[in-house]
Design a protein around this ligand. Structure first.
Ligand SMILES: [Zn+2]
Length: 468
């Protein structure tokens, strides 16, 4: 028997703000695209789902994740698929590792990557010249990345070269994302203020706004308000924030002392000594949680089991602290500007291989609280990030759009089904997708194809556009 469609999603409540739809609709998919949306669609499909009582939304786009050998490794793809994500932006690279992991561990997601500028890795010094930045950008694009990531919070460059990198990316229409912080300002609200100045009117993705509002300089609530004023005054800056209380740092201790400044900060905040012994006590007490792999996903584990995992790796393992106070986290997701648009463009996670892929779990909690409308949730979790990434066929479910779809169980705040390019990725609790595709620019297309991956080519210049 020949079917009219590949897939039919029936009776779900479709929420598609781009096309002004909020109501019960059937959605038909053929050859990876949405081909019909109507209250009732006649005909049959090879696969049909009855989604009465469920919410059907354009596939979730998480514009801040980690899918690299350094962070999360191969688990990240599966973790994102389980979280209902269909498209993600890796926020560090290295691009070669991200492509390799996508080819080996892909679950059907579309992945974009910004490649880091890091002394000793992609540049020679912490004050790279225009020429050195240009060369690093050419390399990144040629390998399939869409632009650059400035890792100021971890490996700060000089303020001058940070500004040069942002301007260089802009001159070539490339993407540039920045974890605020330079050699002159920390990864805090002061660093955020400096980042806004250094952007000098060029398009920029400023990462995880909530992480600059942890109460390091002023009161956390006051810092949240300051972050909102800064974004309002710099409308060329694209932004995201995340909702998880947890950060993610290295648990490594060198000569009895944690190597990461954020780990020391985390221990002190919990009343533990900033030493190897203090770290052990904090893990045992459940204040510091170890990122442990279990059944193909990474989980946060404390207590004796956490200590054992940390010791087994000789302390070289990820640790998460409850570093993010709740008030700025919640405020940054729901705040709007004077004209009604969202102050922070997108809801992201900084997850992937780091276990905080909670766009659905925590984002829908705000919908339950009536702090965020369902349309607002779809805008921040799909439409806006798709636009910022230059993906005009994603973020909505109009005719001809990519069949990237996430289906939600609102009551349980869980994704129960997802499709990417018409292929099932998540079915109930099972990840069934495989393979994958990379979002790339024309300069990286050949490299992505050579790696055995499908390429979604975006034009430079369409990146970092205003999403709302
Ligand atoms: Zn990150």
């Amino acid at each position: 028997m020949s079917h009219s469609y590949d897939v039919l999603l029936r009776h779900g409540t479709l929420v598609d703000p781009e096309n002004g739809v909020h109501g019960v609709r059937d959605v038909a998919i053929r050859e990876g695209r949405v081909v019909e949306v109507a209250p009732t669609i006649a005909g049959t499909a090879a696969r049909e789902h009855d989604l009465a009582g469920r919410v059907v939304m354009p596939g979730i786009v998480d514009m801040h994740v980690h899918l690299s050998p350094f962070l999360g490794g191969g688990c990240g793809h599966r973790m994102l698929a389980l979280a209902g994500v269909t498209t993600a932006l890796d926020m560090a690279g290295p691009i070669e590792g991200v492509v390799d992991l996508a080819a080996r561990h892909g679950c059907g997601l579309s992945v974009a990557c910004v490649n880091y500028l890091r002394p000793g890795h992609t540049i020679d010094s912490d004050n790279p010249s225009q020429h050195a930045i240009d060369r690093a950008l050419t390399h990144a694009l040629g390998q399939g990345a869409i632009g650059l990531k400035l890792l100021g919070g971890h490996y700060p460059l000089t303020a001058e070269s940070t500004a040069r990198a942002i301007a260089t990316a802009a001159s070539r229409g490339a993407y540039v994302a920045f974890h605020a912080g330079t050699q002159s300002a920390g990864s805090n609200i002061e660093g955020m203020r400096e980042a806004c100045e250094l952007s000098a009117g060029h398009p920029l993705h400023l990462a995880h706004i909530n992480s600059y509002c942890r109460g390091q300089i002023h009161d956390a609530v006051q810092e949240g308000e300051e972050a909102l004023s800064l974004l309002a005054a710099h409308p060329h800056i694209r932004s995201e924030s995340y909702l998880a209380p947890f950060n993610g740092v290295s648990g490594e201790c060198i000569e009895g002392v944690p190597g990461s400044r954020l780990a020391i900060f985390g221990l002190e905040r919990g009343g533990f000594s900033p030493t190897r012994a203090g770290m052990r006590e904090a893990i045992e007490a459940g204040w510091a949680l170890v990122n442990v792999e279990r059944d193909g996903v990474i989980e946060l584990i404390g207590g004796r089991e956490g200590v054992a995992a940390w010791q087994a790796r000789d302390s070289q393992i990820g640790i998460s602290f409850r570093a993010n106070p709740p008030e700025p986290r919640l405020r940054l997701v729901t705040a709007t500007r004077d004209d009604g648009r969202y102050a922070v463009d997108a809801l992201a996670t900084d997850g992937g291989g780091i276990p905080r892929n909670d766009i659905v779990a925590r984002g829908l909690a705000l919908v339950h609280l009536d702090a965020l409308s369902l349309e607002g949730f779809v805008r921040k979790a799909s439409l806006h990030p798709a636009r910022i990434l230059g993906l005009s066929n994603k973020g909505h479910l109009g005719i001809g759009a990519d069949a990237d779809i996430t289906v939600l169980d609102l009551e349980r705040r869980r994704p129960i089904l997802s499709y990417a390019h018409g292929a099932c990725v998540l079915d109930g609790d099972s990840v069934v997708g495989d393979g994958g595709r990379m979002v790339t620019t024309p300069a990286g297309e050949a490299c992505i194809r050579d790696a055995g991956l499908e390429a979604i080519v975006v034009e430079p210049d369409t990146l970092l556009a205003s999403p709302q």
